[in-house]
Every structure is written in C-alpha cells, then in structure tokens.
Design a protein around this ligand. Sequence first.
Ligand code: AMP
Ligand code: MG
Length: 520
Amino acid sequence: MKLNIKDTFNKELPADPNKNNTRRKVFEACYSYVTPRVPSNPKLVHVADDVAKLLGLEYDTNSSAFLNVFTGKTVYPKTAPFAMCYGGHQFGHWAGQLGDGRAINLAEIRVNEQHWALQLKGAGATPYSRTADGLAVLRSSIREHLCSEAMHYLGVPTTRSLSLALTGDEVLRDMLYDGNQDYEKGAVVCRVAPSFVRFGNFQILAARKDHKNLKNLADYTIRNFHKDIHSEGKEKYITFFQKVVNASLEMVIHWQRVGFVHGVMNTDNMSILGLTIDYGPYGWLEGYDPNWTPNTTDSQQHRYAYGNQPGVVLWNLVQLANALYPLIEEAKPLEDVLESYQTNFDKKYVEMMSQKLGLAEINSDVEELIENLEQNLQLTETDITIFFRELSSVQKTNTLQEAFQKINKAFYKPLEITESITDTWLIWFSKYIERLQIEKDEDKTRKLKMNEVNPKFVLRNYMSQLAIDAANKGNYKIINELYTVLKRPYHEQPEYAKWYAKRPEWARNKVGCSMLSCSS
Ligand code: AMP
Ligand code: MG
C-alpha cells in the first residue's frame, strides 16, 4: 500500500515539545505528537469502496497493511501522527481546552490533485483525553461510518469515512449515563476530510491570547484551503471569515433540507470548512417537529433541536468572530459579515424549500405557502421524508382530495386525522395546486426535479439500530445493505422498498432510536 504523503498541519504549525502521552494543558502549540494504541485483534467490518477509490486505495483494502494502518496497529513510514489542541463552547458555555481526545491524525495525502487528511477515531488516549479513555464503541462507530457516507451521497458537505474496524478490545460504557456500565466492542473509524480544523482550534488560541499562533493557524488555513484569497492584512481575515460563514450556511441549509439533526453543535464540533463533523447523538427527523432533538443530554433545553440549528450556527459564528477579532481589531466588518448570514439564510431557505415543493418560480406567495406547510406538518405526526417524496406525485389536474390522498402515508396516526385537520390540509392543497398552475414544467418533469432534492432513503435512527444489533452479534449484512441503499438516496430502488417506511412503533421510544446520549 502506497500513500502519497503530503503533510501540512504538522509541518507548518508549531508542535507541543512534550512527546509523552500524558493528559495535560498544551500551550503555544497546535497539536501534540501521539502514537495510536495497538489494538489486540483488529478486524475490518466495512470499507467504503468509493472512499478507498478516492484515496487510490481500491486495490489495497484486503491487504494487511491497510488493516494495520487504518486501525492504528502500525504507523505508516515517515509519518508523525498527532492530536490537535482545540477548545470550545459546550452547550453555550466556554469549556476551555478540549482537543482530540480520541482522534489521532495519521497523515495527509495527495491523490489526483486532491488533498486529504486521514484521522482515526477511537485509537486511544491522547494528551487531550481529559478523564476519558480515548476509545470508541462499535455502536457509535457504525453510526459515524454509515452516516458520513449517507450524508455525502445526499449532497451534504461532510467528513467521509474510509473504514470501520473492530479493535478486538472491550470498552466500558455507561450508555445512558444512569449508572449501568457494560462492556461493549471497541471499534475504530478512519475519517477522511481535506482538514479537521474546527472553530475551536482558533478559539483556544484566542482565549489564551496566543495571537502569534492564532495568526499562524489562520494563515495556514487560508494558504492551504482558500487559495483564491489573495488579499493581505485585515482584508484577508475578513474574507476568510466570510467564507467560513458562507460554507456553514450552506451546510445547515442542507441539514434542514434532509432533516438531519446534529445533536451537539458545540463550537468544537464545527468544521472550519463547513463540513458536517463529529457524528455523535445525531438523529433524523421523522415526524416533523422543529423542537425535536435526539440528544438526551439536551432533552430539557432543546438547544440543538432541528429548528434551532440555523440560529446555533450563527451563534457559533459569533464565537468564531470573537476568536478572529485580534487579527482584525475592528468589530464592524465582522458584524457586517454576521449580518449577511441572516439575510442570506432567509433567502436560501426559501429557495431550498421551493425546490422541495417543486416551485421554480419564487414569488411572494411561496413564503406563505412554506409557513403554512410548516404549521400543517405539526397538526399530527407527519413523516417529513415520506411527505416530500410523495408530494412529487401530485398533479396539476388533481382534485384537492386526490392530492391529499397522495401524502396520506406520511401520517403516523391515521386515526388522529380529524375533519378539521383534513380541512386545514385541503386549504393548503388548494393554494399549492393553484400555485402549480403557473409552473412551466409538466408534472413529470417537476416530479423528477423534486426527487433530486427530496431523498427517498435516509439513515433513520432505527435503521442504524438494526445494523448495530446485528453487528453486535457478528452479522454485518445490514451494514452492507444500508451502505448500498444510501449510496443512491434519490433513486427509486424498488428492491429496497422496506427501507422507505415510517419508523416502526417499536422504535418510538427505544434507546438508540429516539434517545441517544453522548456516551459513545
Ligand atoms: P464531543 O462532544 O463528543 O465531540 O466531545 C467533546 C470532547 O470530548 C472532545 O475533546 C473529544 O475528543 C472528547 N472525547 C469524547 N469522547 C471521548 C473519549 N471516549 N475519550 C477521550 N476523549 C473523548
Ligand atoms: Mg467533538
């Protein structure tokens, strides 16, 4: 196995001089060297063939070198693995130094003009592990591996996942934080992204008033990932900030489009490149509910609920603006950029929703139509994925009843559909069908376009859980099947019809399906 190593982070930024793997605060450095822990009996569970191909490793996935390097058993020659130092706001509060507590960056490579950083998650403790063990369990690793790839194929900016492997070691976890500890199978995922730098990498340097390294890190990021920024001085950092704002906005619009709820949008979980990162207690919206969050740690506050995500991105961007301030020393340009977020968000949100509704002509009626729709979707539990997918079958010539019938299977509790709910829906359909009349596309064409933005298959929480339950018994069939289905989320794939279904009742209140903790 040959990797074209092109390290940048550990070549261009200052390292912690202390090479001991002891837990500590690290100052005046962006990372600490650390060697992955050797797993006792590593075994590959799944390799994402497209990611392997992207990295030029498609013929290596069965080799022992692949297994060893991507589980941490051996360190690839002439590389220097490290863990990054970062901080973050957790649930709205500054938490100080966090850092890669269980992520170890192996190396960066260059393949076909593209740059990739390779990172193991769950390969042992680092100086940033604080009180935790640096490990990951099979359950959460399956969730990260499958969801990273599912998101990519949905067209959502995300970190990718090359491989999922068992370490052969057991890991003690208190899954619900209720005092019931148990041993689970340990696992390692190899994540892939152009860079794993987060908002928190900047924040920790700013918090410590290490302006020299703050500038180093900003310059590093611009030099390597924004080659089109040519300005100098303050201008350069303002443009950089604008790009982070745009990318983060793009990301969260996609989340809202597909119904993805991240669950822990702390600033240490915000990628500087606007990639979805750190798949923990995330979940997929099933019944439409802006207040829904899968994360039990957030069950009181709902800070990171579906409907709050766009606002939280802005809040996080404000924290990043504060961190970058020393490089600019002027609040106004940063405030202007932040202000552009709200206006751009409103515009892009309407565009995105119009696409979901199949409306190419955006006029003032559309906003009202969207608002009313969002209210209607909450009248009774209504599956958001099924609703939009079925909506594409509505035709310009349909009667209101016919149109309403088409989305009927999105309702979880048909018995709850009272006359008044039906009437409210019929009013909405009368406006929708009226609105369709001015669309130039024929029904057939509109349907095709709608099906390109309204996925048929998403990684519903219960689907992961079925894959996890089987995998814990040594059966990886469901992992393989879900990976295959989710590669083509917008295609009909009738052979996989069983995965296009509402969440089954058994999963409604089941741990892992509707309730997830950060324990992973
Ligand atoms: P999260 O909110 O899961 O992204 O994690 C917040 C911080 O805790 C990060 O610094 C993680 O690296 C660290 N962390 C989470 N789980 C573990 C673990 N099992 N061992 C060490 N550090 C961890
Ligand atoms: Mg994290």
